[in-house]
Write a protein that binds this ligand. Structure first.
Ligand code: PRX
Length: 651
């Protein structure tokens, strides 16, 4: 790891016990939960499941035939019913379910009653479009209430949603639609982001040129005239027209606990994103309980997770977890610096947010902007803070606690993945003594371990691979349409356990410290990007012969991408090619995958057998001493590359 200032090392030794007042009123403040869970993990999850509604109770809590787990076997339920109808029989029917703010400043509050009606209308509209139980529906939307409404409507009728992040390009959308064989796309005429219009519908039109399975497109009017979109006769319907006159009641399908709930694509180590499959019952129970315990959710909390619903964090901790708990969840459409750099703090103050969940990248950006922005606002309602998505450096953790949490709030650093569906390593804020930079302990029943490549646990304070040795309710049930890849990526690396792809170490107290990915997945500003995906995007450009993409340290984004590219014609490298290549990546994947640096080079360092030595490229990008170069076919390549790279950085 790179060297860090001495203050941060001191911070690592500083610990924060739960404040007494917080602990006293916390939902979980008794250490015995861990022991009880250890003795009877299935009983633990069964008790959580009993809080929720089941049309038919399960016969067995767990059936585990590695690598496939089945949870609440034989149980029948509906997650939308649990997120909505369950709350309509009590005073919660009038409680705010979603508090939404658009980037331009509009506000909308939907009570549980309102939300249920909208979801029912949307569900009926989907049925009218021919969507049936088991069909896939692609959702490509801005952060507006219609996005969770669409997801819940799918869940209500048993259709499988696949949400595609609105920052992905038309081509990325097309590939996901085709992999999932979706029947309908739900989108909007556009969304607002930093004052600009994101042309979602136009991207859909491009994508749909090559998506044979799509029959209809449902379009929310978010922008209006200015979006200047074209509706295709017979294929496209306006959302408001399609929902108009639809019944306010649509019976919730009785889903089997193991029926598909959603597919969410995420980057892996090949050029092709994986469709991560989540099912109904276990996912519902897992997200329900982790939301409740980790965020210590009470009836009067105003909870805000700043993620985009296009990522798993939004699925589990904006939509399903909070709504299953009957919580009030805040949703914001735009960026934190629009119109000014205090937008988040304005929102916290305006709605009296009590629990805030955001990403380390955002925190590092706030640090750069300075504490004067949060200082302008009354943030005293905040009582708990959370982070997710990347390792948080102790400095950022301390800043967050001090400048946002007023030196009083616990900070829960939560580790998990698209694949895990729910948080697996995290403090319980009323119980756990916090160490800045550590995700602390596995959630009750979770059997996480740090091991070597043979699967043997490593001693304390030694780096190793993070693995999970027992199934958990919200775990992925596979990669859509690719069981072989599922087996190979997650279960064959170290036989018998789930391989997370993350490095970690445990300290003397058994606390987990996450060290980042150990594979070719890069975490750029909390967005997961596969280097192979970016490489395939680059080589699909007509002028590119070869490309190697690596992750390099970045002060704000955690990591950034650097691309080393050789051109076919070997032609004189000029600036315009570099911009063209970056734009090309944005077109193939999305702007988030644009490499920060592109270096054109006549040759890439390769072994004699022709393998690109990415390790050496990482050394170059990080300015480290070059590792072993003796296996290179031509060792001079790497030295001249280093000189060029440094010249380029200086220029
Ligand atoms: O490397 C870990 C990192 O994010 C990866 C999962 O990315 P994704 O599937 O996009 O889900 C992100 C949101 C759950 C992990 O393999 N990661 C996530 N949370 C943390 C983390 N790394 C360190 N600390 C965390 N709290």
């Amino acid at each position: 790891m790179s060297s860090r200032p001495i203050e941060s090392l001191l911070d690592e030794r500083r610990v924060f016990a739960p404040p007494e007042a917080f602990a006293n009123q916390a939902l979980v403040n008794d250490e015995s939960v861990y022991e009880r869970a250890r003795r009877d993990p299935e009983g633990f999850w069964a008790r959580a499941a009993e809080d929720l509604h089941w049309f038919r109770r399960w016969d067995a809590v767990l059936e585990w035939t590695p690598p496939y787990a089945r949870w609440f076997v034989g149980g029948r339920t509906n997650i939308a019913y649990n997120c909505l109808d369950r709350h309509l029989r009590s005073a919660r029917r009038n409680k705010a379910a979603i508090v939404w703010e658009g980037e331009p400043g509009e506000q909308r509050v939907l009570t549980y009653w309102d939300l249920a009606r909208e979801v029912n209308r949307c569900a009926n509209a989907l049925l009218a479009l021919g969507v049936r139980r088991g069909d896939r529906v692609a959702i490509y939307m801005p952060m507006i209430p219609e996005l969770p409404i669409a997801m819940l409507a799918c869940a209500r009728i048993g259709a499988v949603h696949t949400v595609v992040f609105g920052g992905f390009s038309a081509e990325a959308l097309r590939d996901r639609i085709n992999d999932a064989q979706a029947k309908v796309v739900i989108t909007a005429d556009g969304g607002f982001r930093r004052g600009q219009i994101v042309p979602l519908k136009r991207n859909v039109d491009h994508a749909l040129a090559e998506t044979p399975t799509i029959q209809h497109v449902l379009v929310v009017r978010r922008i209006g005239e200015a979006a200047a979109i074209h509706m295709v006769e017979g294929r496209d319907r306006w959302w408001h027209r399609a929902l108009d006159g639809m019944g306010l009641d649509c019976p919730a399908e009785e889903m089997d606990s193991e029926d598909l709930l959603y597919i969410l694509y995420t980057s892996g180590t090949t050029g092709k994103p994986k469709g991560i499959v989540h099912t109904t019952g276990g996912y519902m129970v897992g997200t329900y309980l982790t939301t409740k315990w980790i965020f210590d959710l009470k009836e009067d909390d105003v909870y805000w997770c700043t993620a985009d619903i296009g990522w798993v964090t939004g699925h589990s901790y904006i939509v399903y977890g909070p709504l299953a708990n009957g919580a009030t969840t805040v949703m914001y459409e735009g960026t934190p610096d629009w119109p000014e750099k205090d937008r988040f703090w304005e929102i916290v103050e305006r709605y009296g947010v009590t629990v805030l969940y955001t990403a380390p990248t955002a925190i590092r950006t706030f640090i750069k902007w300075g504490p004067q922005w949060p200082a302008r606002h009354d943030l005293s309602t905040l009582r708990l803070l959370g982070t997710v998505g990347e390792p948080i450096n102790p400095e950022a953790w301390m800043w967050y606690r001090r400048h946002i949490g007023g030196d009083r709030t616990p900070v829960v650093d939560t580790w998990w993945q698209t694949e895990t569906g729910m948080i697996l390593i995290s403090p319980l804020p009323g119980l756990t003594t916090l160490k800045p930079g550590s995700a602390t302990r596995p959630f009750p029943t979770i059997d996480a371990e740090v091991v070597d490549e043979k699967g043997v646990p490593v001693p304390p304070n030694t780096g190793g691979y993070l693995v999970l040795r027992r199934p958990w309710p919200a775990m992925l049930r596979g990669i859509y349409g690719d069981p072989a890849r599922f087996q190979q990526i997650y279960w064959d690396r170290i036989p018998g356990v789930y391989f997370t792809g993350d490095g970690a170490r445990k300290d003397d107290d058994g606390y987990f410290w996450l060290l980042g990915r150990v594979d070719d997945v890069i975490n750029v500003a909390g967005h997961r990007i596969g280097t192979m995906e970016v490489e395939s995007a680059l080589v699909s450009h007509p002028r590119v012969a070869e490309a190697a993409v690596i992750g390099m340290h970045h002060e704000i984004k955690g990591q950034a991408l650097a691309a080393f590219v050789t051109l076919k014609d070997g032609g004189t490298p000029d600036e315009s090619v570099i911009e063209e290549l970056r734009d090309h990546v944005a077109e193939k994947i999305g702007p988030i995958a644009k490499p920060d640096r592109v270096l054109l080079t006549a040759e890439l360092p390769k072994t004699r057998s022709g393998k690109i030595m990415r390790r050496l490229l990482r050394d170059i990008a990080e300015g480290r001493v070059l590792g072993d170069t003796t296996t290179l076919a031509d060792p001079t390549v790497v030295h001249s590359l280093r000189e060029r790279y440094e010249e380029d950085a200086g220029g």
